[in-house]
Design a protein. Sequence first.
Length: 202
Amino acid sequence: MFDLTILRRFRWYILGAIGLSFLLVSMIQMPIETLEVQGVRHSELSEQVLERVLNYSDQGFFGAKLKPLQAEIESLKWVRRAAIKRQWPNQLTVKLFEHIPLAQWASGGIITRSGELIDSEEGDLPLYLSGPTDSEKRLATMYYQMQEQLAEVSLSIQGISLAERGSWCLDLTNGIRIELGREQILKRLGRFTRAWKASLGR
């Protein structure tokens, strides 16, 4: 003897499980139909991001692997960081955090605000930095520290040079050149700013 009530319930469980499986498969296979790219400063980045997303679009809205896609986008030249999220029902949103140019690198390329060297011609930037290979971050850091001191007396940096032997040279926008030597750079610059301030009677 069979309990028909149990059999009916079991049948509905099976049908429900099958229906859920079909639903999950169809959701995974839902296509990516819309892409929104936010935070773009360099126009070519939108097309480059689109190319990367198209490589993953056949995986579907839920099936697309976002971590590898994020890594590919972050490998693009001007991208510092990227955040990707799915938006129901069929959109991917990519938010870009780009490198911001700081200075022209004397031997070619651009130094970003974070001290990264990028092989690019951004145009005529008012600031230049020059130094040995792999000194980009150090120069960018020193620029911020030096400019903070000079701003107190309304002076601005036009360029910073670091020689192979470690001596620093500073060019200001008013035409003054300051030779700071190899040691106690910021202290020497502090003496200069105090003397400049005194000469102006401030």
